[in-house]
Design a protein around this ligand. Sequence first.
Ligand SMILES: C[S@@+](CC[C@H](N)C(=O)[O-])C[C@H]1O[C@@H](n2cnc3c(N)ncnc32)[C@H](O)[C@@H]1O
Length: 370
Amino acid sequence: METTTIVKIHDLARAGTGVSRDTTPGFEGRVLFVPYTAPGDLVRVQIVKESKRYAEAILVEVLEPSPLRQTPRCPAFGRCGGCQWQHLPYDYQWQTKSQGVLQALKRVGVKAPDQIDLIPAVRIWEYRNRVQARGLQNEMGFYQAGSNQLVPVSRCDLARPEINRVWDDVRTEGQKFSEPYKVELELSPEGKVSRAWNSGHSAHGFRQVHDEQNDQLRTWVASQVPASSVLYDLFGGGGNLSLPLTGKMGEIHCVDLSVPLQKSPEIPEHFHFHRSSVVAWLLKGAGKRSGVAAAILDPPRVGLGTDFPVIAKAMEGLNVRSLVCVGCDADAWCRDVSRWVKRGWKFEKMMLIDLFPQTAHVESVGLLTR
Ligand SMILES: C[S@@+](CC[C@H](N)C(=O)[O-])C[C@H]1O[C@@H](n2cnc3c(N)ncnc32)[C@H](O)[C@@H]1O
């Protein structure tokens, strides 16, 4: 039998796991991360990965539950890799996320601005307009965290009801594959659920998964960007964040690797899509105009990474004075904000919004000016 150890959970990490101190002889006091636990739990755990400074463990048994605990809604919670926090009340989830971003900012040496807007979610269940399910033969579900182990489910409590209504039909259709398959189910704004079999992530182009929270995000961004001669919406997808701004911009350039193939007729003439990598487009010197410019930067999880120097130089060369930086990974976003601040940009305001209730993810947005 594998060795187990009994520990008390004393904190919840922003990344989602409970935090404890190891009691294993010789390793007393080492930080221990235990998924699906709550501060106040007394638990039996088994260490599965370790280094000198910290170790990761799996939960074997809750011996004394924390008073914070609530009953998870989904029977697959704790096995399915989708949710980390169904066992915790929503207010506690939100407090952990928002405080966690502020701590991460502190760690990179950035002083938070005086104005911090917080937008927790109202719809905390059945919000996802898109899910990626996995299946094999007559079973469909999701993978366990960090593994290819299928956890079959008959519905997903985070998915919109329209998606759950077709779940059984899709599982039946999936039996046409002899190998493990992936299917992305997406609810269109018109209420139709599409299926994309074995395609890449976001088969129909990127779209935020929580429609109501996305509306709040768009409204906040639109209220922060001043009227300008040019707006650059970089990593702009289908123009989600810049389309609400068409009325107050001289022109808009939306740059993304996957812009829509066809511009719909209601999009005005001064709104331009460019299917390109952001860096390649900026290096071409495209879109330069006289007058004051603004930009929205909404890169993938990794943030601006090694593209930062090119993008920063281009923003300054294009006379961008207001920059809205959006990020879905707190560490990457904080790192980018600190790089802008080091270059002399002023961190004016920030906003944290919950696009992913029941999970540890949070969207961070900052307004920087020059
Ligand atoms: C977080 S999404 C943001 C999309 C959009 N702002 C929205 O709100 O729907 C990130 C986007 O970056 C795009 N992308 C990733 N790497 C890119 C690159 N090197 N150059 C241009 N676009 C990129 C993806 O296609 C995706 O649409």
